[in-house]
Write a protein that binds this ligand. Structure first.
Ligand code: NAI
Length: 242
């Protein structure tokens, strides 16, 4: 299927995990892809070193992406970081850092891309949110709050930009087998027991694959989702229904 032929896509955090799978999927389906990442060395398409916490860096990378691709039709706001802790235990520096990446990073990339998206006949933004936005998971207060903001922003941005022909949706993955989760497992006291607990938390009994999230992102970004905006698509092995 070459449903992205002729379209340009920017993926933040496209150097690893979910973003890398999204970039590969969009490229396979015909898109010209630019990946913005702290480390774009593994990214397919045009890899651009950028830090979503730095407005100048984002603006420069998006301008370079627009030059390289000739156009930007799709923005996938995917760069994100995690944090474990309760409302008491994360430091204020951690609160600011996670919001700066997960929430303001999305705002910076969106602001930089909107002038290009408005010119596209097939404009779409897809945000990588999380089941943590709605599930009430223990030891994830800060991360959940940041993803709650991403979900709210998705709905608000969809309302603000629908009249300009820009669709905005998000995916809410459960636990996805990515380098991030593998790092968390490696740091656990008993990695095998931790993996088994994460698998059991999802009714399907296994982790979600990055490719499964990428397929959902690609659907929402694609012209065939032209009537879909302001939606939250769970890719969580059934966890949201619990
Ligand atoms: P990952 O750690 O494998 O990849 C994240 C990528 O984002 C990395 O390449 C990293 O360099 C980049 N990045 C981080 N901070 C950045 C910054 N300031 N500027 C530019 N790039 C930056 O993580 P993964 O698992 O692929 O996560 C991607 C997204 O998916 C995140 O937003 C995360 O919150 C979300 N997510 C992940 C889940 C999981 O279980 N892995 C579940 C639900 C959501």
């Amino acid at each position: 299927m070459k449903d992205f032929e002729g379209l340009g896509a920017v993926v933040t955090g496209g150097g690893s995990g979910i973003g890398l799978a999204v970039a590969r999927t969009l490229a396979q389906r015909g898109a010209a892809v630019a990946c913005l990442d702290l480390d774009p060395s593994e990214a397919p398409g045009t890899g651009l070193r950028a830090d979503v916490t730095d407005e100048e860096s984002v603006n420069a990378a998006v301008a370079a992406a627009a030059r390289q691709l000739g156009r930007i039709d799709v923005l996938v706001n995917n760069a994100g970081i995690g944090a474990q802790g309760t409302v008491e235990t994360n430091s204020y520096d951690e609160w600011q850092r996670v919001f700066d990446v997960n929430v303001l990073g999305l705002v910076r990339a969106t602001r930089a891309c909107l002038p290009h998206l408005r010119r596209s006949p097939a404009a779409a933004i897809v945000n990588t949110c999380s089941i943590a936005a709605t599930a009430g998971l223990p030891q994830r207060a800060l991360y959940s709050a940041s993803k709650g903001a991403v979900q709210s922003l998705t709905l608000a941005m969809a309302a603000d930009h629908v009249g300009e022909g820009v669709r905005v949706n998000c995916v809410n993955p459960g636990t996805v087998d990515t380098p991030w989760v593998r790092r968390l497992l490696a740091a656990a006291d008993d990695p095998e027991a931790e993996l088994s607990a994460l698998e059991k938390r999802q009714p399907t009994g296994r982790l979600v694959s990055a490719e499964e999230v990428a397929a959902a992102v690609a659907f929402l970004a694609s012209p065939s989702a032209g009537a879909t905006t302001g939606t939250v698509l769970a890719v969580d092995g059934g966890m949201h229904g619990l």
